[in-house]
Structure formats: structure tokens, C-alpha cells
Design a protein. Structure first.
Length: 375
């Protein structure tokens, strides 16, 4: 769907965004084509094109085919002129990618191993990576980070991320000072949900539950096509759910929750060298118990939210056996599809890129002089 011109106080910015969006979908286009796509006049598109050229995000891309008159001068997007540095801190080792203005993802080499006390290595890695991007002509404008924990209500601090040793920690300030970039923090499962929604198996769906099993158990909720975070930014923390027979210790967000401990203890019994292994009767039996436990969680969540799709992502199960078994045993009054995640370990990076690019495009449309400067 094309963005159209609007009539209100920010009409100029919205018109710039309309032209930018039209170019993002085409990469190269004549001004007349952009005029038709946005319903803006050719002179307006020409002016906006000149402003975008001045920012370096667009250049003159030669001439188009002639219809008998003067050949049209083309505008060409320069995606590498603005980039997002996406960083996932949810695994045993830092994952990262450069995501350009067009949304294309370029994986970077794995960063330092993650554990409490990582701040020194993390900040050193950030400084080096940002400098490398600038030297390569692919400067970063935003840093988007997936945190395996609960983000503060203001969005810039971490209430709790046990695997990183962060508790009421001003992560936004640390990351901003180390990188010199504007910083966006997001829960890792939420980032995965956004990635699958826009780039993966969730495309075309508006109400989706995403369940992940990593070092913990969590869910991301997309309702009406929008990520739902909850009043405390902690929606989807299903690991703290209660079930009959499970001890209720660990309900203060300071340790794995009752259900999380239960499911992870079973998952440990079926994983060998990081991969699901059903090579013995004992592991098959344990896997059946895992399926039963996860099915109960998802059944209850689905009864509350009525999703059209449930996506299950488990790094140890790239073939999607868990999702397959859940679908086989699924039983609800209303139809719900169950599918395995399709983006694998880079799902959260895609989601971070999606979230940060929306802000970055707005900045470019506003024609700020220092898009990459920190707030």
C-alpha cells in the first residue's frame, strides 16, 4: 500500500516519508512514477528528491527509457547510507547484523560470549563495530538490542535480565555512550515475534502467539497486527505460569518461574550436543512429556487470545518436530494453525531491524541534520 499525502501540521514530513517509502519499494524510479504513486505533484517530488539527495540516502540513478521526449532522470535509493546495528544478547554468544535502510540484513561475525560481567567486552565490541561500519561507508544510525529479560517502562533500562547479571540497570545509557548511537531496547521474544511477523511465517497474520524455548520459556503476543507488551512491558512471561503439582517458588522475576523450570528440565533430557535427539525410548518418553506440557500452556493462552496462528521456535529443534507434534495433538473449539518458526537464530535480529527502521525512516523524512547522533 502506498503512503499518500496528508493535510495537517506535519504535511511536509509525511510527504517526504511517502516519497521515501515509494523509493524503498522500487529502489529506482522516475519522478513522474513517484508522483503517481504518492499523488504528489512532480515539482513536490522533485524538491523532496533533492533534499534526500542532500542527505545522501538517494542519488541520481541515470536516465530512464525515452517515450519520444526528454529521457526522465531517475532517483536511486542508497540503502547503505543509513544502517541499524541489531544485536541479540539472548544466546550464549552475541549475535549481530547490519540492516540497511531497505531492510536487507547482513550478518556480522559473532561477538563476545555472554555472562554476568560482560559490560567491558560488550562496550569494546560496540566501539569497534561502529568504527568498522563508518570506515566501510556503511554508517550506523541506530543500535537495536534484544534483551533476555524485562525492559523498564520507559524503554531504556532493564528491570531484570538474570543471564546478563542486569537488575534495575541503565543499559540504554551504557550502550548509547559506548556506541554514540540512538538506542532501542526490546525483549528478545518480542523481537523474535516481530521478525517472524514481518519476515517469516507470521506474514499475513494479525493475531499470533509466538512461543520460544531458549535459556528460558517465553511468548510474544501480536494482536491486531501490533506487538502487545502489557502494562508492565512483561506480557508473555508464561514461564511464571502455575500448574497443579508445581512448586510456586520463583514468582518475583528474580529466577526462572515454576513452569519454566519444569519445561526446561524436560527439554534438557531430550537435547544432545545442542540438538533434539529422540534416539532412545527414554528421550522419546521425555519428548512426549514436553509436548504435553507445552500444549497445555499454549491451549490456555489460545483460549484467552484466540489467535489465528501459533508459532513455536526452539533452537534445538530446527526441523520443527515440537510444532509438528503440538499440531497433531491440538484441540480447541476454534481453528488455530501451529507452525515452527522459519527464521531460525536470526529471527530477533530481523525484528530489531523492523522496529528501528520505522524510527530511522521517520528521522530521514524529517530531514534531521544529524540522524545518527544520540538522544
Amino acid at each position: 500500500m502506498e503512503l499518500r499525502s496528508v493535510q495537517h501540521d506535519t504535511v511536509r514530513e509525511h510527504n517526504r516519508l511517502a516519497v521515501l517509502e515509494a523509493l524503498l519499494s522500487r529502489r529506482v524510479a522516475a519522478r513522474s512514477e513517484l508522483s503517481r504513486a504518492t499523488r504528489l505533484s512532480v515539482p513536490t517530488v522533485t524538491t523532496i528528491g533533492q533534499e534526500l539527495v542532500g542527505l545522501g540516502v538517494v542519488d541520481e540513478g541515470g536516465v530512464g527509457p525515452s517515450g519520444g521526449g526528454r529521457p526522465a532522470r531517475l532517483l536511486r535509493l542508497v540503502p547503505s547510507a543509513r544502517n541499524v546495528l541489531a544485536v541479540d544478547l539472548s544466546g550464549s554468544r552475541l549475535r549481530a547484523a547490519r540492516i540497511d535502510l531497505a531492510g536487507d540484513l547482513f550478518a556480522l561475525e559473532a561477538g563476545p560470549y555472554l555472562a554476568p560481567g560482560l559490560e567491558g567486552e560488550l562496550t569494546a565490541w560496540l566501539r569497534a563495530t561502529v568504527a568498522e561500519g563508518a570506515a566501510a561507508g556503511t554508517p550506523y544510525a541506530w543500535l537495536a538490542v534484544a534483551i533476555p529479560g524485562v525492559i523498564g517502562l520507559e524503554g531504556s533500562s532493564v528491570r531484570l535480565a538474570p543471564s546478563l547479571g542486569w537488575h534495575e540497570f541503565d543499559a540504554g545509557r551504557l550502550l548509547r555512550e559506548a556506541s554514540g548511537l540512538r538506542v532501542l531496547l526490546e525483549n528478545d521474544v518480542n523481537a523474535l515475534a516481530i521478525g517472524e511477523l514481518h519476515q517469516g511465517v507470521g506474514q499475513g497474520h494479525k493475531d499470533v502467539v509466538y512461543l520460544t524455548i531458549t535459556g528460558g520459556v517465553g511468548a510474544g503476543l501480536v494482536l491486531g497486527g501490533q506487538l502487545y507488551r502489557g502494562s508492565h512491558r512483561a506480557a508473555g512471561e508464561v514461564g511464571y505460569s502455575l500448574q497443579p503439582g508445581l512448586p510456586e517458588e520463583g514468582l518475583d522475576l528474580g529466577a526462572p518461574g515454576p513452569l519454566e523450570r519444569h519445561l526446561l528440565s524436560i527439554a534438557t533430557d531430550v537435547v544432545v550436543d545442542g540438538a533434539l535427539d529422540l534416539g532412545t525410548p527414554e528421550r522419546v518418553e521425555a519428548f512426549e512429556r514436553l509436548v504435553a506440557g507445552v500444549r497445555l500452556v499454549l491451549h490456555n493462552v489460545a483460549c484467552v487470545f484466540d489467535p489465528e496462528l501459533v508459532v513455536v521456535a526452539w533452537a534445538s529443534d530446527p526441523e520443527g518436530r515440537l510444532a509438528e507434534e503440538l499440531a497433531r495433538h491440538w484441540s480447541l473449539p476454534l481453528a488455530t494453525s501451529i507452525r515452527a518458526g522459519s527464521l531460525g537464530p536470526i529471527a530477533a535480529l530481523h525484528g530489531l531491524g523492523q522496529l528501528a527502521l520505522e524510527r530511522l525512516k521517520g528521522e530521514v523524512a524529517g530531514l534531521e541534520q544529524h540522524v545518527g547522533s544520540p538522544t
